[in-house]
Design a protein around this ligand. Structure first.
Ligand code: ADP
Ligand code: PMV
Ligand code: MG
Length: 423
């Protein structure tokens, strides 16, 4: 009797284990990788536009970030969800349709480890499919990096205002590239311990890809920025990739600033929308048309950026004299804003309004990013108390502007988690 019970029961548990095993097996088989990434926006302190013309710019990462979730799906489509773009919402693009686009074959031949820009024929085919530049960037980067091997779903959401000069497009591209490279296990390092560890765990403490992988992310993100902006300098994607604060020239790339003085910035959004692409093109055209007038302005902005770096050094070498630094930076803010507005032609009445309101509080402001609307930064003094900040904010609000104190110099791109989810 006992023997019969034992045989029956053990076969039952065997069956149970077997069935659970099969279920688990199926789960693993059908489980799809999901990567969550985030990347910061940026504030340009000095040198926007001049940086496109080859001059020095200084920028720092912002605490406001874009988040993206990229996951494998069984359906052979690229499923894009953009809740921040209300008119777009979500759309699906069949992999087979994408592979039939004109010039897809040349895209398919591009080596993932040698970032290259989207050729004119493929870009033309993409623009017939979608007019929004951001979507064209997703379609190109997905096609070139995945080689359309697998369907994915990608969901973006951002704390950054879009088209306001705080680098939302760069953080969008950096998230996109990081997520796709990670999902398809494309490693510039060949798959070092650091990158593999991040890719196999959720919520690791060191969730920053290795330096080779960051370089690949930075360079592919620049190709996305090219689709969105035409002629980006590369500073926005560099700050979003590497974080912290850096100086940048097109020739020498970026250099990390080891230390930045404790500057306090108030960011004000005019809520006037504008196109970075158009503004950058206008400045380039003005430079082409009037080189002897515009080049010296660009050189002067270059000098302002370099003076700012010297002032930072002096601050650290000279007993942290914050008042001296404040005076110097205030002068440079006024000068840089005037040059951008008066000479490059990227000002806006709302930006001048911010400068004049802040002057009533003995504070100095300049536009940041492409200008023409978007955001301005105001340098608060170490002594500016919270009551003054609130009064300034209220005064700006009366003009319909929204402002907040910035937290600058944070982390660059992060892989927040990498998990297997069952579909
Ligand atoms: N979260 C997002 N969702 C969808 N599109 C985005 C998002 N963030 C940025 N973009 C794209 O980037 C564009 C704004 O980029 P740009 O004009 O360079 O301004 P900025 O980079 O200063 O915000 C938007 O029009 C949109 O196409
Ligand atoms: C005007 C420019 O210097 C910065 C543009 O920044 P944004 O896209 O407005 O956040 C252009 C560039 O450097 O690519
Ligand atoms: Mg941008």
């Amino acid at each position: 009797m006992w023997l019969v019970w034992f045989v029956f029961n053990s076969s039952l548990s065997f069956n149970l284990i077997f069935q659970v095993g099969i279920l688990d097996f199926c789960k693993i088989f059908y489980s799809m990788k999901q990567i969550k990434v985030s990347a910061p926006g940026k504030v340009i302190l000095f040198g926007e536009h001049a940086v496109v013309l080859g001059k020095t710019s200084i920028a720092t990462a912002l605490s406001l970030r874009t988040n993206a979730t990229v996951e494998q799906i069984e359906e052979p489509v690229l499923h894009i969800l953009l809740p921040d773009l209300k008119d777009f919402g979500e759309r699906k693009y069949s992999l087979s349709d994408l592979s039939k686009l004109n010039s897809y074959n040349s895209i398919n031949e591009i080596d993932c480890f040698v970032p290259r820009e989207c050729n004119a024929e493929f870009l033309d085919a993409l623009s017939q499919l979608e007019s929004i530049k951001g979507i064209q960037s997703v379609l190109f980067l997905f096609s070139v990096l995945s080689k359309l091997k697998h369907g994915i779903k990608i969901h973006f959401s951002s704390n950054l205002p879009m088209g306001a000069g705080l680098g939302s497009s760069a953080s969008f591209n950096v998230c996109l590239v990081t997520g796709i490279l990670s999902l398809f296990e494309i490693y510039a390092c060949g798959g070092c311990d650091q990158c593999k560890k991040i890719n196999s765990s959720s919520g690791t403490t060191n969730n920053v890809p290795c330096s080779k992988q960051l370089e690949l992310i930075n360079q592919w993100s620049l190709q996305g920025e090219k689709i969105m902006h035409g002629t980006p300098s590369g500073i926005d994607n560099a700050v979003s990739t590497y974080g912290s604060a850096l100086t940048f020239t097109r020739k020498d790339g970026f250099k990390n600033l080891e230390r930045i003085p404790p500057l306090r910035l108030l960011i004000t959004d005019t809520r006037v929308s504008r196109s970075t692409k158009v503004l950058v093109e206008n400045v380039i055209n003005r430079h082409k048309q009037y080189p002897s007038l515009i080049e010296p302005v660009a050189v002067l902005i270059d000098t302002i950026s370099k003076e700012c770096l010297q002032a930072f050094d002096q601050y650290f070498n000279d007993h942290n004299d914050i008042n001296q630094l404040q005076k110097t930076i205030e002068l440079m803010i006024d000068m840089n804003h005037s040059l951008l507005s008066g000479c490059f032609g990227v000002g806006h009445s709302t930006l001048d309004m911010i400068a004049s309101v802040s002057k009533r509080f003995d504070l100095h402001s300049k536009l940041t990013g492409a200008g023409g609307g978007g955001c301005a930064i105001t340098l608060l003094k170490p002594s500016t108390d919270s009551e003054t900040v609130n009064n300034l904010k209220s005064a700006l609000k009366e003009h319909g502007f929204e402002s907040w104190e910035a937290t600058i110099g944070g982390q660059g791109v992060i892989i927040e988690s990498s998990t297997n989810s069952s579909n």
